[in-house]
Design a protein around this ligand. Structure first.
Ligand code: 0X9
Ligand code: ZN
Length: 434
């Protein structure tokens, strides 16, 4: 009773601290249409019931994951039966996954750090909060002060709508030589907790060394910029209040919040292509390109540092895909074959650890069209040749609520993929030289 009451209070006042939203009986359905015609009908249903598509179908009549609240379940299942599409209950009770996530985090918080991370008080077994992440970044900087061959420096590149810092850590040899650079970010989407966790792991491997002993070569070849948490407000909201939050937390009026930062970047920005002009939508594109402080911060930083920037990688979840531009159109960039083969080096290396399979292709051709993505802008707007969106684990069994015992294997394989990908790049070509 109290929890219902406090949720109501929260709805009206917004600022009252309440228990996190619950997802008892909320389900994720895996739907497989038998034909393109059935696919059309299922997609129409998605609009009628305003369903949250967790995983879009790949082009053709492939399966999709659709999140359904209990009150919509009966009509949605009935309609799907009429259409004739195959339906599996993929996640039966989302609250169970959220509860497991919470209790495993409580168990693991004080475990010693992983074999790879030697930094006190931080491990790669849990999803950390904003303040712990900032502390870790500061600790890394402090640690490198006494390392002769690695240097880390921390910059606040801007502030979120609610005033949190957006940080970039630069990791380099610190020998005064300027090398081609790679920019990596995570956490554009709040609920994709595995993305910031992965980028934080990369930082640790780069600074403290890695099991494959690839970090020395990586530091000899590139300067590295890591922005582990681009949407800190959304991330904190997804921890404290609503686990499935996607957007940032800018106030929109009409009692709605947030812009989808990955529809807000200014290259071929167009809400009609995979975004929305409705402020309440989960894919609201913003009032104009770069209307958001978080995307502006990335724009300014990359434009200031794009000279000789060779690669831009943005980590998301889920679906296990290594995607290159374009997301706004089905046509491909002129140099797509180079992007395609470099991505395949990454996915092949990644698969060596646990056999995890990633799909490679252009966003539109593998997934769906969506304009305003950071990947399209990095390539089309900033001229960074090797621009990718990487969708991490899994393929839907847990979706955004990836169990904490998968953090480490996900990060290990992703590191291997990133390292081999980066080492395969030819630094004599590409890189913006404006
Ligand atoms: O829709 C997105 O923003 C990304 N998928 S997610 O499930 N993480 O939300 C894919 C973005 C691919 N790139 C572009 N469409 N530009
Ligand atoms: Zn995402």
């Amino acid at each position: 009773m109290w929890s219902t009451l406090s949720s109501v209070v929260l709805l009206f006042y917004g600022y009252v601290t309440a228990d996190p939203a619950r997802f008892d009986g909320h389900k994720v359905l895996q739907i497989l249409p038998n034909s393109l015609q059935e696919l059309e009908q299922v997609l129409a249903l998605h609009d009628v019931y305003d369903l949250d598509m967790w995983r879009h179908p790949r082009k053709g009549n492939h399966s999709m994951d659709v999140y359904v609240e209990p009150e919509k379940l009966e009509p949605v299942l009935g309609a799907l039966k009429d259409i004739g599409a195959h339906v599996k209950i993929w996640i039966d009770d989302l609250q169970k996954l959220v509860d497991e996530e919470q209790s495993s985090m409580k168990r693991s918080f004080h475990l010693p750090y992983t074999s790879q991370g030697r930094n006190q008080g931080f491990n790669h077994y849990v999803y950390h909060r904003y303040s712990a992440i900032n502390q870790y970044l500061q600790d890394v900087v402090t640690a490198t002060a006494s390392m002769p061959t690695v240097n880390a420096s921390l910059t606040t590149i801007g502030f979120s709508a609610e005033g949190r810092d957006i940080k970039v850590i630069k990791i380099s040899r610190g020998d005064g030589v300027s090398r081609p650079s790679v920019f990596i970010d995570g956490g554009i989407h709040a609920r994709e907790w595995i993305a910031p966790a992965t980028v934080l792991y990369f930082i640790g491997q780069m600074v403290y060394g890695d099991e494959f002993d690839l970090s020395p070569q990586l530091l000899d070849k590139f300067d590295w910029f890591f922005a582990p948490l681009l949407n800190p407000d959304g991330y904190e909201y997804s921890h404290a209040t609503y686990r499935l939050w996607r957007k940032n937390r800018v106030e929109q009026g009409r009692n709605c919040y947030g812009t989808d930062l990955n529809r807000n970047f200014g290259y071929q920005w167009n809400p009609a292509v995979g975004g929305s002009t409705n402020v309440c939508s989960d894919v609201y594109s913003g009032s104009q390109a770069f209307s958001e402080k978080e995307s502006q911060a990335v724009e300014t930083f990359i434009m200031d540092n794009r000279q000789n920037m060779m690669a831009y990688l943005t980590y998301h979840s889920y679906g296990q895909m290594w995607l290159y531009p374009w997301g706004y159109t089905s046509s491909l960039p002129a140099d797509w074959q180079e992007l395609d083969s470099a991505a395949k080096v990454g996915t092949a290396a990644l698969a060596q650890l646990y056999g995890t399979n990633y799909v490679v292709g252009s966003s539109t051709n593998v997934l769906y069209s969506a304009a305003g993505g950071s990947d399209d802008w990095a390539k089309g707007g900033a001229g960074v040749k090797y621009s990718y969106t990487i969708e991490l684990r899994d393929t839907g069994a847990h979706g955004f609520v990836l169990p904490t015992n998968q953090i480490e294997p996900n990060c290990r394989e992703s590191w291997r993929g990133l390292a081999e990908f980066a080492l395969s790049l030819n630094t004599n070509k590409g890189g913006h030289r404006g």
